[in-house]
Design a protein around this ligand. Structure first.
Ligand code: NAD
Length: 317
């Protein structure tokens, strides 16, 4: 493959691990690293590039793809492809590659961390400690409680496996058949979202963002949940309707919410801003895949797949 990719130009528009840059340089590509590029600048320069590397910040929509006349490959250094218009990419013969499994363990570990933090009200206790106020906050155990895992894919299954070790009962909900996986992990498969929500002491979301999962958790779903339930979202912010969530917390239906993601990051709507400041909400800054290990794995897999896809696109031997 080596010499044959020489001179092809790659634009990287989000922060990525150095390993991606080193690998692409090593293959003879010309690499422009612009991790904070604005939308306007991207639209101005994208036509000069053969490949684009993005994370979740850069929107690769019809406008970008139509301007990118030389573009052969879009590489998403991570999992979710919701910021890339796959239909337009396919229409224009642009290949899209990603690193689907690289962050599974990191996101699963964060999910369990958030679940424990919510159950033990860590944020409130840490705030008291910071202020020198040695007051107890009363939490709950997870042992023996039921966790509904919504979306029983790679991350959902890993979360279930770890939660099992804590002694939780798992109900797993998905739109595809998950019987085999569920049996293997000692989880109960259910194919009705409301049944899963009714049973759960804690709910954790692991679906991709699609038109069908946008606001999957909204007023009606929250009304179905047990009072005091914990809601964890490390999938995509828009899977939860922020206004409904705020209502659910204020009504006491949701005892605590732990969110790594919001529909707008940073918070942009009134409901999101109120959630960010709410004492019963733990909010992190979309750090699910932000570990040394996950970023290395993402970098290796993204660079390898990008080079393979470029080689195929230009007909390298
Ligand atoms: P996956 O594709 O392995 O699993 C997703 C599962 O959701 C699949 O089993 C699929 O059938 C199911 N699903 C799809 N639509 C559904 C619906 N309407 N109802 C119920 N289930 C549905 O994906 P994954 O690797 O487990 O990733 C899960 C999520 O985690 C994605 O949203 C991804 O973007 C997100 N993620 C977040 C971070 C982060 O930094 N917080 C990092 C990586 C991934």
């Amino acid at each position: 493959m080596r010499g044959c990719l020489k001179g092809l130009r790659v634009l990287i528009t989000d922060p990525v691990d150095d390993l991606i840059l080193e690998t692409l340089h090593g293959a003879g590509l010309e690499v422009d690293y612009r991790p904070t590029i604005s939308r306007g600048e991207l639209l101005n320069i994208v036509e000069g590039y053969d490949a684009l590397v993005v994370r979740s910040r850069t929107r690769v929509d019809r406008e970008v793809l139509e301007r990118a006349r030389r573009l052969k490959v879009v590489a998403r250094a991570g999992v979710g492809l919701d910021n890339i218009d796959l239909r337009v990419a396919s229409e224009r013969g642009v290949r899209v590659v990603n690193a689907p499994a690289a962050a599974t363990q990191s996101v699963a570990e964060l999910t369990i961390g958030l679940l424990i933090a919510a159950a033990r009200r860590l944020a409130e206790s840490m705030e008291l400690a910071r202020r020198g106020v040695w007051k107890k906050v009363l939490g709950t155990e997870l042992y023996g409680k039921t966790l509904a895992v919504i979306g029983f894919g790679r991350i959902g299954r890993r979360v279930a496996q770890i939660a099992k070790a804590i002694g939780m009962e798992i109900v797993a909900y998905d739109v595809v058949n998950i019987d085999e996986h569920a049996v293997k992990l000692g989880a109960v498969p259910v194919y009705d979202l409301y049944e899963a929500l009714r049973k759960a002491d804690a709910v954790t979301l692991h679906v991709p963002l699609t038109p069908k999962t946008r606001h999957l958790i909204s007023w009606e779903e929250i009304r179905t949940m047990k009072p005091g339930v914990i809601l964890v979202n490390t999938s995509r912010g828009a899977v939860v309707d922020a206004e409904a969530l705020l209502w659910g917390i204020e009504e006491g239906i949701i005892g605590a919410a732990a969110l790594d993601v919001l529909e707008h990051e940073p918070p942009a709507t009134e409901a999101e801003r109120k959630l960010a400041e709410h004492p019963r909400v733990i909010l992190t800054t979309h750090i699910g895949a932000s570990t040394v290990e996950a970023q290395r794995r993402v970098a290796e897999e993204t660079a390898r797949k990008l080079l393979e896809a470029l080689a195929e696109a230009v007909g390298c031997p």
